[in-house]
Design a protein around this ligand. Structure first.
Ligand SMILES: Nc1ncnc2c1ncn2[C@@H]1O[C@H](COP(=O)(O)OP(=O)(O)O)[C@@H](O)[C@H]1O
Ligand SMILES: [Mg+2]
Length: 409
């Protein structure tokens, strides 16, 4: 039996599914987290053979010490973490326990967006021009180097937080005030065009499953415009010419980063000139329900497929793409704190009901959510169809015709 350590099996939302995957392929799982065991999601609790509760998951030294102590005399086969803030901790645990997989040196370029781009630039991958900046003067310097339009964002950002597009000196000065609290920034050439994901499950550097998702619109635009219901469509046809360019880019990125086994999540742009340009990559699964959407696109359980890949080096389920699978995140409109009314759902269900695979909305009377904190916002809908145009039509209909109101008094 394989002994696997999994960091934070209870949080965020997808982790209990990955823990379930490990259990279902026969692994013995030791979970490490800062939640009390009794407070874990039932699915996570049911999937663990043992649990080590630590006081502070981010005190890496203390966690490594406590873990080494806990597993003394036991052979550990894998250390897994699919949550971005825990990637370096996982690497340190691997090194401390002599377990194969990414070490600290190899993990840093996945965590630090400047190191990431340095590694990729050295390998000749098409990335946006960029520079690191620690203060306003350095940002202005970097802006001269990059030219407009440009993007400024934190070196270790997430969820498009503190990220701004600047098209002139004036906009740059305005953005500088908004990011005054950010310690370290990168200044980048702004890449026009559509934005996609490239996601894989690998074993020993071989891609066993791959996926491409199409963001509608780009995550930054969705973050800055609260009236938008953001979508992501997991694509059925991975042979479309623009999609193939992204997949090729993805392959060169994985090779340059030296990735071996597990999930990866990359973002890339497709420009109006027909070029695929790198955005960023994580050595982990995507969040925000994207793995669920991949499942809907292939009628398989990729939480289990991931576990089988990392534990046994194969995926035995069929993962052939059958559908385009779209998810739509809803955001309430109005100035109130509570949901007052939901319009348009019945008509949408009549038209598209048979193609809907998930529908989870807030209820009338409940508090509205802050989509900057909770990406799924006030609810998410998943629908699928083999035809991409029809899938986009459904997604757009849910985006514009389903109205969630939080009217003020
Ligand atoms: N160089 C760039 N050109 C165009 N858009 C960008 C660029 N960098 C970031 N963005 C936009 O900002 C979003 C967030 O940036 P990203 O690097 O993905 O950081 P994170 O998702 O970790 O916050 C991207 O999804 C994209 O929409
Ligand atoms: Mg991103």
């Amino acid at each position: 039996m394989l002994n696997v350590i999994m960091i934070s099996p209870g949080f965020p939302a997808e982790m209990p599914h990955f823990a379930r995957g490990l259990k279902s392929v026969g692994a013995s799982v030791l979970g490490i987290g800062d939640q009390p065991q009794a407070a874990l999601e039932p699915m996570a609790r049911a999937s663990l053979d043992a649990y080590l509760q630590v006081q502070n998951l981010w005190d890496e030294e203390a966690v490594v010490r406590a873990t080494v102590e806990r597993v003394r005399g036991q052979k550990i086969d894998r250390v897994e973490c699919l949550w971005e803030p825990g990637m370096v901790l996982a690497a340190r645990l691997r090194e401390a326990l002599g377990v194969a997989g990414l070490g600290v040196e190899q993990t840093i370029p996945f965590r630090d967006k400047v190191r990431m781009k340095e590694v990729l630039a050295a390998a000749g991958v098409r990335i946006p021009r960029f520079a690191r900046a620690r203060n306003a003067a350095e940002v202005r310097d970097a802006a001269r180097h990059c030219g407009y339009p440009l993007i400024i964002k934190p070196v270790d950002g997430a969820g498009s937080a503190d990220t701004y597009t600047c098209r002139s000196d004036e906009e740059l000065e305005r953005s500088l005030q908004l990011v005054a609290h950010v310690k370290e920034l990168t200044v980048e050439e702004f890449i026009e065009g559509e934005e996609f994901t490239f996601d894989t499950i690998c074993h020993e550097g071989r891609i066993l499953f791959e996926n491409v998702g199409w963001y509608r619109p780009k995550p930054l635009v969705a973050r800055l415009n609260d009236w938008i219901s953001p979508q992501c469509i997991v694509l059925r046809d991975l042979e479309a010419p623009h999609v193939k360019k992204g997949r090729e880019l993805g392959r060169s990125v994985l090779a340059a980063m030296g990735f071996r086994s597990g999930f990866t999540h990359m973002e890339w742009f497709y420009t109006p000139k027909g070029e695929a340009v790198f955005g960023e990559i994580g050595a982990r699964a995507p969040g925000a329900r994207l793995v669920h959407m991949m499942n809907y696109s292939v009628d398989a359980d990729l939480f289990v497929a991931w576990a089988e890949a990392v534990c046994h080096g194969r995926i035995t389920q069929s993962t052939a793409k059958k559908y385009n699978a779209a998810m739509i995140f809803k955001r309430a409109s109005g100035s109130g704190g509570k949901i007052t009314r939901i319009d348009g759902l019945e008509r949408l269900l009549e038209r598209y009901g048979e193609h809907i695979c998930n529908l989870e909305l807030v209820r009338v009377g409940e508090a509205r959510r802050d989509y900057r904190q909770v990406l799924v916002g006030d609810g998410w809908i998943a629908c699928r169809h083999p035809d991409l145009a029809f899938t986009s039509e459904m997604a757009d209909a849910f985006g514009s015709e389903l109205r969630i109101h939080a009217d003020g008094m």
